[in-house]
Each structure stands twice: as C-alpha cells, then as structure tokens.
Design a protein around this ligand. Sequence first.
Ligand SMILES: [Zn+2]
Length: 301
Amino acid sequence: MTKLYLALALTTLFCTAAYAQKRKIIDVHFHARSAGDYGNPPPDNPATGKAPNAQTNEAILKTNVGYLKKYNVVKAICSGRLLRNSDFILSDTSRFIGSLEYPDHQNNPLPDTTTFKKLFEEGKFAVFGELGLQYEGKTVADAEFEPYLAICERLGIPVAIHTGIAGPNTPYHGSPNFTIPSGRPLNVEPILKKHPRLKIQLMHMGFPFLEETKALLYVYPQVYVDISAIDWIVPKKEFYQYLKALMTAGFGKRIMYGSDQMIWEDAIGLSINQVETAPFLSNAQKNDIFYKNAMRFYNIK
Ligand SMILES: [Zn+2]
C-alpha cells in the first residue's frame, strides 16, 4: 500500500513538473539591458540578494536566453534601445519581439515621427514602450507624445506604459523629476478618449492604484495589464491580493505575465513560480495569464 501510494505520489509529482515545464509562456515585459546600465557593479537582486550575471553584454544575453529557454518562455517583448534589442532579436529571431523604450537609460531623444514610422515599417520594433515617463514626471497625455500616439493608433502599434511606482529612493538617485502622481493609471484616460483604437498595456498593473486600474479596465476594453515586477519584487501576499482582486473583478482575460527582470535574470524564474503556485488561479486562468491573453493583445500568430 505504502509503496503504491509512494509510486502514485511520485507519478503525480513528475506529471505536475513535466506539465509545468511544458506550459508555453510569453514574457510581455522583458528588458534587453547592457553591462553598466545599472552601475558597475550592478546592485544585487533586491528580492533574492543574488548578484546578477552582468559583467559583459555577452554574459547578460546568454544568461537571459538560458532562463527563457529553461522556463519555456517562447516569446519575449524585448524593450530597450533598438541597437541592443537587435543583439537579442538576432540571437533568436523567433523568440524576441522588439519594443522601443523611452526614456532609454542613455538620454537618447525619441526619433522624430518620420523615423519612428520608418523604424516600425522596417520591423525594428513592434511595440512602443516601455514608456517610463513617470521617471521624468511626465505622462503619456503630454502634448509631445501626441503625434506618436496618432501613428500607433493608425498602424496598430501597442503602447506599453509604466504605471504605479518605482524602487525606493528613485527621486534621489538619477530621477529627480520622478513623481508618484505621474504614474497614476488614470493619467492614461485622456489618450484613450482621443484614440479609441489605441491598444494600451498598463505595465505593473497600475500597482498599487487598484481602484483606478479597475475603473480603466471596466470602461476601456482595449486596456490590458501586465503583472511584471510586482510578481517578484513586493511581498508575495501583497502581489496575490492585488492580482486576486483583478481576477475577482472579472479581468482574467486581460492580465498578462511579464517579468521585468531588468538586470536580474533570476527574476524570470522567480516571477513564473509565483504565478504557477498562486492557489487562487485555475490551470486555465494560468494559461490565459502566461500565454493566451498576450497572443490576443499582440496579435501573435
Ligand atoms: Zn516599469
């Protein structure tokens, strides 16, 4: 009896592990970083205390791709400078989708609108984001972004906007113009009204502005959220509470998995495990969050 039980238990365990490995995942918030982007040496992972493997550009690329393969992340929206994105894309053209990040950690201006359109048409990027405008105390509704949003609406380019908060001491370290109100999800509403066909991804699911995020999701069906960073950087219970609230409110088809691994490649596994072990999510809901919702939002074939 005991042996049989043990054998059954082992079979179940094995099957669960095998299934978990097979689950297809899309990371909608992945960053193509370079050595030195976060200082030299870069800080340890704030959640695990682990030092990143970030001495060279080659090491960053290799380690990140290794983790993506390990966890069966079949697609990653690769946000960063276009030149660095191409290192990642060329290493595995079927896995990476380029995304134009702004600001880009090196104070490069946005390309003018003609170049922006041309770069898109040449396939250099497919998504406009991460727009980390909050770090500059700006919002996506500021007039300077209007011509870009008009192009995005016309050409069907999804726009991915950083919302919510940032790390401790952000205004004191490198982002003096950062403000909390500029990251509020409701700042997005004016552009939704002006551009009803614009696809918007609220990055970090508007955390911790739950009520504003719910309001936007209720009123504007074209808005999706990603759970990135919150899925590994804040206390697990807090992440679960927020995610559960969005699920309970009925938005399970518009929540997408993202790691926002930044310079810490171990965040990929960490964040996947948090979703995989969330006790309130069914298997079907996990498949939606990990894969299906992103397929729909990005129109991935
Ligand atoms: Zn962000």
